[in-house]
Write a protein that binds this ligand. Structure first.
Ligand SMILES: Cc1cc2nc3c(=O)[nH]c(=O)nc-3n(C[C@H](O)[C@H](O)[C@H](O)COP(=O)(O)O)c2cc1C
Length: 249
């Protein structure tokens, strides 16, 4: 069977350098369509996409994320959790919308948004585009909520910088299958330590040989370094999610 999807999936790399060529309106429409065709929990379509075209806004998002290179991407999306639209619908129908404030519905929005995001990434790659998903918009979610005038029952989750790639980074090796795939019960393999040593060596070689930002790093070091991040960064997320009307308790 001729399968073009698997080779494309196995060739994914995040792209952070773009030519200055903007996406055409048709390309943006195609990406939005690809997002909309993603599976959606209880068919509730509980996310929205914001195209950010205003250069001042893009610059502010660059400040929040620390990724000013997003300003040169051919297009920039913000993906938001969105129960607001369905609340409008419920209110018009005279139905109590209380459940839309629940943890369950917030999670459903996160699932929908994440899956739609990946559809944009994959569709873009099939169109010769490259992209990077950006969780770093959460570095100052409160500021972003203000900048984007997000109403209650919405929350910004991810950015997507997408455009014409100007580099082809090396593929980042993933964990060996036995460390991520178990049968029937959670069970790390007995030779976990050895598998990790091998993977650390593989990743260290990747970091040392790649074209840019070469460094000495293993996966183990990467994970422990992540843990030493300032806990105050993003500490206010649960409060902000609550302020947007979602009750996570
Ligand atoms: C939810 C999510 C958030 C991410 N946030 C960022 C980000 O803020 N900045 C960034 O440069 N890359 C971000 N990435 C991209 C990851 O760093 C990247 O996928 C990972 O390092 C693997 O590299 P690859 O995509 O090139 O295979 C994010 C990816 C995901 C799935």
């Amino acid at each position: 069977m001729d399968n073009s999807i698997l080779p494309q999936l196995f060739n994914h790399r995040s792209i952070r350098q773009f030519t200055t060529e903007p996406l055409t309106a048709d390309e943006v429409t195609t990406l939005v369509k690809a997002a909309q065709h993603a599976p959606t929990s209880t068919f509730s379509q509980q996310y929205s996409l914001l195209s950010i075209t205003d250069p001042t806004l893009k610059h502010a998002i660059g400040d929040i994320t620390g990724h000013h290179w997003l300003e040169s991407a051919g297009h920039y999306f913000i993906v938001i959790a969105d129960q607001y639209r369905n609340r409008q619908l419920a209110q018009q129908a005279g139905v109590d919308p209380a459940i839309l404030h629940s943890t369950d519905k917030f999670l459903a929005s996160v699932f929908d948004a994440a899956i739609a995001t990946e559809n944009i990434v994959i569709a873009g790659e099939s169109m010769g585009l490259g992209s990077t998903i950006m969780g770093s918009i959460l570095n100052d979610a409160g500021r972003l909520i203000e900048l984007l005038h997000l109403p209650e029952l919405t929350f910004p989750l991810l950015g997507i910088a997408i455009g014409h790639p100007e580099h082809t980074p090396d593929l980042k090796p993933r964990l060996p299958e036995p460390l991520v795939h178990f049968t029937n019960q959670y069970q790390l393999p007995e030779n976990f330590d050895n598998q990790l040593i091998d993977y650390d060596a593989q990743l260290a070689a990747y970091y040392q040989n790649r074209d840019s930002h070469r460094r000495t790093e293993t996966f183990s070091h990467h994970i422990t370094a992540e843990l030493s991040r300032d806990p105050k960064v993003r500490a206010e997320l649960a409060t902000l999610i609550g302020q947007q009307g979602f009750k996570l308790a």
